[in-house]
Design a protein around this ligand. Structure first.
Ligand code: FAD
Length: 411
């Protein structure tokens, strides 16, 4: 069995299942999931696994490039510099990714190791050490000798610390979403694509969902609509800010030095710029889709946008920013630009997620949103949490810090 089927193989495998599922319709579902992307595909899977009748409604295809999950790769790591609260969720997420790999027979996680570069006082390095210490996550300093031997393409200022998290790596978002979708369909879920949810309301104990094609009823609602969540959930509409984030794929000087298996994922807090730069080894497009190139991005708010009106053309400034970064820290990484692409972040004011019941629904609608540019790695546990909240109205996972009321009343 091929454990690393290509994106196109997976699409070919899943298309007939989705097509068949489009024509199925029942009078009322136990649960409808609005948005079948990162969190929605995982939610459909976990809900169907519990024997519920599930309908997932996705406005585009599965996967697609208009939301937050496109672009071949997402970093996964445990020594979470953002806050130690996330580490137990990450431990569960790692386990669930492994379970999905086993169940679907597909490799989705690639252990590359993750390098961290930054001044000792930077939030990246301080936060990394705090989480690692609190939860015993293995991290280690990288010696000058090792930098020269294994990681000689990096030119890191002497005053920066160099740390390695060996168990970190990347997960492949499009392939993971397809794996969850396939398993959900096999477990009996229906998934309708290219169907936009226009509105939902609760009448008595029944939710009525209106799309651009149909009307459906369900007992419980899961809202995993990514950058569009503010358009569907009034209580968070003014709390979520959608930004356009631009990522680049570059042609390096000697491609073989940057390939998967030889080159790690990396993050760097440049003391002269806000946010964090990050990047990946090159992945062959024949397996992972997209283009083959050295991928990197800048984790800092891009321009605010409406998710339906994203300007994906004017990216020259972002491109120049990434090229300048490479010329300072990875000079061998740039000969020319292969491709620039835009993707969406959905920020909350404190950059922590929102996972909670939707107010006014008697605990029968739940939402997972505001992933603030760092959510994909959690998709495998978020789906399980959504199923817990629908079925048990509670979860053993530590999500109290992600409640919506911390953001204040709607303004
Ligand atoms: C450039 C970039 C780099 C990133 N890097 C990382 C990383 O390294 N590590 C990491 O963990 N995370 C990373 N992230 C963040 C991560 O990808 C997101 O947090 C995650 O994908 C969000 O998942 P989601 O389910 O909320 O959104 P999505 O995956 O976009 O899913 C939402 C879905 O809902 C659908 N939808 C919305 N409205 C409707 C409607 N009305 N009707 C029907 N369907 C609807 C959308 O079409 C979409 O498919 C990155 C994000 C970007 C953009």
């Amino acid at each position: 069995m091929n454990l690393v089927p290509s994106l196109s193989d997976l699409l070919y495998r899943i298309s007939p299942l989705i097509e068949k599922s489009q024509s199925t319709q029942q009078k009322k579902y136990d649960v409808i999931v609005l948005g079948v992307g990162s969190m929605g595909s995982s939610s459909c899977y976990y809900l169907a696994k519990q024997g519920l009748s599930v309908l997932g409604i996705e406005q585009f295809t599965i996967p697609h490039e208009a939301g937050s999950h496109a672009g071949q790769s997402r970093i996964i790591r445990k020594a979470y510099f953002e806050h130690p609260h996330y580490v137990p969720l990450l431990q569960a997420a790692y386990k669930n990714w492994k379970d999905l790999e086993t169940e679907a027979g597909i490799q989705l996680y690639f252990k590359t190791g993750l390098l961290y570069f930054g001044k000792p006082e930077s939030p990246l390095i301080k936060g990394l050490k705090l989480s690692a210490e609190k939860y015993n996550v293995p991290i280690q300093p990288v010696s000058v000798q090792e930098m020269n031997n294994r990681f000689s393409v990096f030119q890191i200022p002497n005053e920066y610390e160099r740390m390695m998290e060996p168990d970190a790596g990347l997960v492949t978002p499009e392939r993971a979403i397809l794996a969850y979708t396939e398993r959900a369909l096999q477990l009996g879920a229906s998934i309708h694509t290219q169907e936009k949810t226009l509105a939902w309301k609760k009448t008595g104990s029944t939710f009525i969902i209106t799309t651009d094609k149909n009307t459906y009823q369900c007992e419980n609602l899961v809202i995993t609509s990514g950058a569009w969540t503010g358009k569907l959930v009034e209580e968070v509409a003014n709390k979520l800010q959608v930004t356009r984030q631009v990522i680049g794929w570059m042609k390096p000087k000697i491609s073989s030095r940057f390939e998967l298996g030889k080159f790690p994922c990396w993050t760097l807090a440049d003391s002269e710029k806000p946010g964090i730069y990050y990047g990946f080894p090159t992945l062959p497009s024949s397996t992972f889709g997209g283009v083959t190139g050295l991928k990197l991005g800048h984790h800092t708010p891009g321009i605010s946008t409406d998710p339906d009106l994203v300007d994906r053309n004017s990216v020259k400034e972002d491109e120049a920013n990434l090229i300048a970064m490479l010329s300072r820290f990875i000079p061998e990484g740039y000969v020319s630009t292969i491709e620039m692409k835009s993707c969406l972040y959905t920020y909350t004011p404190d950059e922590n997620f929102v996972i909670d019941f939707v107010s006014g629904t008697d605990g029968e609608a739940v939402m997972a949103a505001g992933f603030s540019g760092h959510g994909f790695k959690f998709a495998s546990i978020v789906g399980e949490i959504m199923a817990d909240l629908v079925i048990k109205k509670t979860t053993d996972q530590p999500i109290a810090f992600l409640k919506a009321d911390r953001l204040g009343k709607k303004s």
